[in-house]
Write a new protein. Structure first.
Length: 117
């Protein structure tokens, strides 16, 4: 699953007007020190680079089998188009992304969770 997130929390964490993430099974991610995660918001653990502070990954308690990695750090990002907008109700009013991807006003947790099964 690859999705945009328009929530204010993800915007602040990534420093971008909209965040875009790819979901991975925790078992396929290597090189992340999963012990350095810290809680950023209730039910969310985020990992950042210890050297530069860049966002590396996020885990949401309600999406147990998925770790979300920002597209900006993935070499193959061009081949991973987002297929969903999460928290579209919080999108900045001047940001206009022209695509046909479904837009969930809130979390889109049902669609995101179904992608992990």
């Amino acid at each position: 699953m690859v999705a945009y997130c328009h929530c204010g929390d993800c915007r602040r964490w990534t420093g971008a007007p909209v965040a875009a993430f790819a979901a991975f099974s925790p078992s396929v991610l290597t090189g992340l020190d999963m012990n350095t995660g810290r809680s950023h918001a209730p039910g969310v653990t985020r990992w950042t680079c210890a050297v530069c502070g860049s966002p590396l990954a996020a885990h949401f308690d309600y999406l147990q089998d998925q770790i979300y990695v920002p597209l900006g750090i993935i070499d193959q990002a061009a081949s991973l188009p987002p297929v969903l907008h999460s928290h579209a109700g919080s999108a900045l009013p001047w940001l206009h992304i022209q695509d046909d991807a479904p837009r969930a006003s809130g979390t889109a947790r049902d669609s995101l969770g179904a992608a992990g099964t």
